[in-house]
Write a protein that binds this ligand. Structure first.
Ligand code: TGC
Ligand code: FAD
Length: 392
């Protein structure tokens, strides 16, 4: 793969809106990605293997629990810093950002928000350093966009719960030490349970043959009469709103992350357009390629402004689920369009692993599907503006 020469576009001088801390956090994540992710990620993606050696570094740059309070091992940062870290990690690879998102927003967040103090102290510090890796089991074979229909269930057996069912498409599942699993009790109410690797009847087979997110491990969670200790139930929130609350945080991070992937594709295509000569001039001097580049930088700039504002709203506790949906949907779609155009700009070279663009493009096909599909987020916006839910 080519050396990482990335230069971040900042067309509307967004840096002026950031604090010194934001810039420090962003720059250290950027430097870490250049040093530890860019040189190896293509090889791991080609081999469809997760690069376990980066886990410790992800913890050190605040990639695990950036906004979780310091007393629990988190970095105690604000929502803009969290977003900037996601942007930089996904600039390297969406699969690496997935590991970070799942650990932070789908495992640490529910333990922090819905767990008790013993659970927080037992799990959060180890999750923050990467000593422990977690995964999040919501999706089932027959319930993806409609998680409320889930059939995974647990029964109260007096001194423990008995868990049965299956989850699929679970990021980090094949090597996770713990899983935050959403299941229905005998009354049909959804609760979160912490299931630990090694519990009898709990297996995590890997999902193979993915063309997307190849450097992230995906798998199933299978529960065959798993005895879960009662102290592993998250006590402080139940109902579908509990897992959906975690998704708000993860989707917000993805909105920033997608900008990173888009910036990398734009920057690569811009550089290539100045170097590649056809018909005795750089392809960047042709109107058709300039149109692509001009539209890319316009869309990246709009997405940056949207997401920065959303970060401010989140810092103030005012961001709504529908606002987060709009940003996730817009930014991932924007990144996919840019990846496709940038790939074309590189001609035949665009399909090789010499450049990051095709990997970003394939990764983004997962990003546009997980954490709520493109269609579901449109329906969330539609419901928000009309008042009519059109899902059912
Ligand atoms: P609905 O009736 O609308 O809501 C059920 C209850 O939940 C409440 N609620 C929320 N609470 C907190 N935060 C939110 N964002 C909430 N959204 C809704 C709601 O008020 C209600 O509460 P209550 O008290 O009245 O019961 O639910 P619905 O069944 O009609 O479904 C709505 C819909 C379709 C929007 C929702 O289910 C949805 O978002 N579906 C998409 C599923 C999804 O995003 N799955 C993601 C799985 S995890 C994943 O993909 C990880 S990939 C990670 C990686 O690798 O990076
Ligand atoms: P479906 O829900 O079957 O949707 C199929 C199509 O129908 C989509 O185009 C959808 O938009 C459309 N559709 C569905 N409902 C409607 C409707 N009402 N109106 C109009 N169109 C509709 N899940 C987890 O729980 N944890 C994870 O860690 C996780 N990681 C993932 C990693 C990867 C690589 C992938 C691909 C998925 C992951 N997921 C995870 C699952 C992901 O959240 C689901 O794939 C997603 O929610 C969509 O569900 P589905 O695949 O069952 O598609």
């Amino acid at each position: 793969m080519k050396p990482d020469l990335f230069q971040a576009p900042d067309y509307y001088l967004l840096d002026d809106l950031l604090t010194e801390e934001h810039k420090l956090v962003r720059d250290s994540a950027r430097a870490w990605v250049k040093k530890e992710v860019s040189p190896i990620i293509e090889e791991y993606a080609q081999r469809a293997e997760f690069p376990h050696q980066i886990v410790k570094g992800l913890g050190e740059i605040g990639g695990f629990g950036p906004y979780i309070p310091v007393e629990y091992g988190g970095a105690g940062l604000d929502q803009i810093s969290y977003g900037l870290i996601m942007q930089e990690i996904e600039r390297g690879d969406s699969g690496v950002r997935s590991t970070s998102s799942v650990q932070s927003s789908l495992v640490m967040y529910p333990i922090w928000k819905y767990g008790n103090e013993e659970q927080r102290m037992k799990y959060l510090p180890k999750l923050a350093t990467g000593e422990m890796i977690g995964c999040f089991g919501l999706t089932e074979p027959d319930y993806g966009s409609n998680p409320g229909g889930m059939v995974t269930n647990f029964k109260d057996m007096g001194d423990h719960y008995l868990l049965n069912g299956a989850k699929m498409w679970i990021s980090n599942a094949p090597f996770a030490d713990i899983a935050v699993v959403w299941a229905k009790n005998e009354e049909g109410r959804i609760h979160g349970l912490i299931v630990e690797r090694g519990m009898e009847g709990f297996t995590t087979p890997e999902t193979h043959n993915k063309w997307s997110l190849r450097a992230s491990a995906t798998g199933e969670l299978i529960f065959d009469n798993v005895k879960v200790p009662k102290e592993n139930l998250l006590p402080n929130k139940s109902g579908l709103g509990a897992p959906l609350g975690c998704l708000d945080s993860a989707r917000y991070g993805i909105a920033w992350g997608a900008i990173g992937a888009a910036m990398d594709c734009y920057d690569t295509a811009l550089r290539y357009s100045k170097e590649r000569i056809q018909f005795d001039k750089p392809i960047g001097a042709t109107q058709l390629q300039q149109k692509k580049l001009a539209e890319m930088i316009t869309e990246i700039t709009k997405a940056q402004l949207l997401t920065w504002r959303l970060g401010v709203l989140r810092n103030e506790g005012k961001a709504t689920t529908a606002q987060i949906s709009m940003a996730k949907r817009n930014n991932v779609d924007m990144a996919l369009t840019i990846a496709r155009d940038a790939r074309q700009m590189l001609g035949g070279m665009g399909i090789t692993g010499e450049y990051s663009i095709m990997r970003h493009m394939m990764n983004l096909e997962s990003v546009v599907t997980y954490e709520g599909t493109h269609d579901i987020h449109l329906l969330i916006t539609g419901m928000d503006v009309t008042g009519f839910p059109a899902f059912k």
